[in-house]
Design a binder for this molecule. Sequence first.
Ligand SMILES: Nc1ncnc2c1ncn2[C@@H]1O[C@H](COP(=O)(O)OP(=O)(O)OP(=O)(O)O)[C@@H](O)[C@H]1O
Ligand SMILES: [Mg+2]
Length: 222
Amino acid sequence: MVNLLKDRRIPQLATNPRSRISEEFDRIRLNIEFASYEISTKTILVTSPGYNEGKSTVIANMALNLAVSGKSVLLIDIDVKDPSVHKIFRVKNTVGLTNVLSGQKNVEDVINQTDNARLKIITTGPVPYDLDALLQSRKMDELLSRSSREYDYVLLDSPPVLEGETAKIVAGRCDGAIMVLRVKRTEDEVALEAKKILEMTNTKLFGIIMNARRRSFFSRKE
Ligand SMILES: Nc1ncnc2c1ncn2[C@@H]1O[C@H](COP(=O)(O)OP(=O)(O)OP(=O)(O)O)[C@@H](O)[C@H]1O
Ligand SMILES: [Mg+2]
């Protein structure tokens, strides 16, 4: 897997399965798998109250961890205005989700392979003028239901809950959401506000991930 350590702004992947970071993602995966005995946890939105709290870092590592453990995973970037997934996995973002939703492309035309055969990616594609309408369209529901039949997990990298409409529109269409909170950065009131909004959109909150609990999270030897 590519080494992204040099570019500090691009979220990083923990590629050593024996590292402490990978162990954290093992725990998250086991929690999801455990919950799936009782409820459907196939389509999962990963979000957070505000910017830069680690949504993309968490979801990319979750996706990779699930794939390494043998699950088939489709990672969809729905942060159309500020996409990251293509940067993390170093693929182009010339076509993607928005082209499928607007009927210009078929799903199979926008699926990217990664270094792990079980992990596939759909990048955002270009910003359309009617993004909210596209995300609320029947095509979005079809994409989610079709991919949840074809993959073990469908993970959606979302913009913040408290910024724009995307997270609110898509959250309720997924089986549930995971909320990332960044230690020492996310304030309690905004976390509660984001939780309230997810409840209002009838979203099941699967759990909360406390990101960057220790300063040495990513500087630790992998
Ligand atoms: N646990 C961590 N330790 C150190 N750096 C981190 C950690 N989590 C995220 N980062 C860094 O913080 C920045 C923001 O992370 P990321 O892009 O994952 O957040 P985000 O919530 O997806 O942001 P956005 O709101 O822009 O989508 C990135 O540079 C990432 O590498
Ligand atoms: Mg992000």
